[in-house]
Structure formats: C-alpha cells, structure tokens
Ligand binder design. Structure first.
Ligand code: SAM
Length: 233
C-alpha cells in the first residue's frame, strides 16, 4: 500500500508516458518526498520492490563535513552490486520520512545551498552516470499559509529553484541515447507567470513539454504537473 494519494498521480502519469520504465534509468531524485508515496513507486519501478536493502538516512546538520558529509560506505549505496534493485534513488524533504528499501533519504531544506552538495555527493556514487540524474521529480509544495498570494508565489519560487538545479544535474537526451531521456516532472500551482516559466525555461530546453492534470489530482486543486522529456543539454 502507498503512503500517499500522490503515489497514484505518479503511477497514472507513468502509465501513460512511461518515463520511469526504461531499463537505462539509473538515478532518480524525488524532491519533496515525504511521506514517501512517490519514492515507493520509483523504488518498485527500479526493482527494489519488497526487497530488504540498506537504507541511508542522512540529516543535514549544522556542522557537516564537506568531504564525507554522510559518512556512509560505497557498499551501502550500490544496489546492483548487492543484487537487489538497480540504480540510485535520492529523496529529499524537510520532514522526516520512514525508510523505503533502495531509497536514500536526505532530511533537509531543498532551498538551502548545502543541500545541493549533499545530493550531488550521493549522485556521484552511481557508476556510469557522469554524476547526473536521469529523472528529477518534484512534488514539493510549501506549507499552505492560507494566504493564496503567498502560496502561489512560493510555488513559483520552488519551480524556479528546481529548474536552476535541473540545469546543473540532469543528463542530456544525447548522453542517454534516447530522444525522451533526461526527464523533469514538476508540480506547479496556477500562477500568472507560469506561462512565462514554461515558454522561457522549459520549452526551449526539452524536446517535449506536456502539461498534465492526473485524474487522481482533485479537480478543484490548482495544481498541475509539467512533464518535460529530453533535456537538450
Ligand atoms: N510526493 C510525496 C508523496 O508521494 O508522498 C508528497 C509530497 S507533499 C505534496 C510536498 C512535500 O514537499 C512536503 O512533504 C513538504 O515537506 C515538502 N517540501 C516543501 N518545501 C520543501 C523544501 N523547501 N525542501 C524540502 N521539502 C520541502
């Protein structure tokens, strides 16, 4: 069973567009992951289903060491060498998340710069991926303040920040060898500048950009997802 209703949105979007399915997918990031529904889905897709596997719980502390901030050994991280699931799944959230086999969890604020170094360190351990992610998923949403204006602004700030991060950490379609490889799936809320975000940032940089509103997403909710496939690099 899944920990969130959101899991069904991801399943629905992947059923239709099959971005999690290709066997060459090795690194997936799940930004804003708690309580863990999307991470559960990704872990299953990468073959970690029900298999006991090491879990790494990394908490970003004030005094983290730049050389080995997580103090974990490589053997803990490479699923393939353990004969279980494949690839690397990194999940990030402000809130705690209980363990999921195959998922390395970082409890941190995505919007602070140190978190990027932590994520980069974890991706770098995956062989054959040039230190980059195949898929970046973002279901992040600020806590609703009840102030519609503030909530909408914070959603756009998250989108912008995730896009900047994506530029630095996503693999290109060309290096993957698939036109639709290099995927960003990002949640957003209706915003007057969203059209601009889509046309200025997403459309020029991906081979295909789709607006999705899964059935599992309540119709009255202003949320939607951009599925962006084929990072041009
Ligand atoms: N996809 C998740 C699932 O299936 O379980 C649900 C995600 S929930 C809708 C949004 C999450 O984004 C919340 O858990 C929240 O803590 C997280 N979030 C919001 N702002 C964040 C930030 N700056 N850094 C990290 N996580 C953040």
């Amino acid at each position: 069973s899944y920990r969130s209703r959101s899991a069904f949105k991801l399943l629905e979007m992947d059923d239709k567009w099959r971005f999690l399915t290709p066997r060459d997918v090795r690194v997936v990031l799940d930004l804003g992951s708690a309580p863990g529904g999307w991470s559960q889905v990704v872990a299953q897709k990468l073959g970690w289903d029900e298999t006991p596997a090491p879990h790494v719980n990394a908490v970003l502390r004030d005094s983290w060491s730049a050389t080995n901030p997580l103090d974990i050994s490589d053997s803990d991280l490479n699923g393939e060498s353990l004969g279980r699931g494949r690839g690397t799944i990194v999940a990030v959230d402000l809130l705690r998340m209980s363990p999921i086999p195959g998922v390395q969890f970082v409890q941190a604020d995505f919007l602070v710069p140190e978190t990027e170094s932590l994520i980069r360190g974890l991706i770098a351990r995956q062989a054959g991926n040039e230190g980059k992610a195949d898929i970046i998923l973002c279901d992040m949403a600020g806590n609703s303040t009840g102030n519609a204006f503030h909530d909408i602004e914070s959603s756009l700030a998250i989108c912008t920040s995730v896009f900047e991060f994506t530029k630095r950490h996503i693999r290109s379609a060309q290096s993957i060898g698939r036109e639709m490889g290099g995927v960003l799936l990002i949640k957003h809320f209706a915003h007057p500048l969203l059209h601009h975000f889509r046309t200025q940032h997403l459309v020029p940089n991906f081979n295909d950009v789709k607006y999705l509103k899964p059935n599992a997403s309540r119709t009255e909710s202003k949320e939607g997802y951009f599925l962006c496939r084929g990072w041009k690099g």
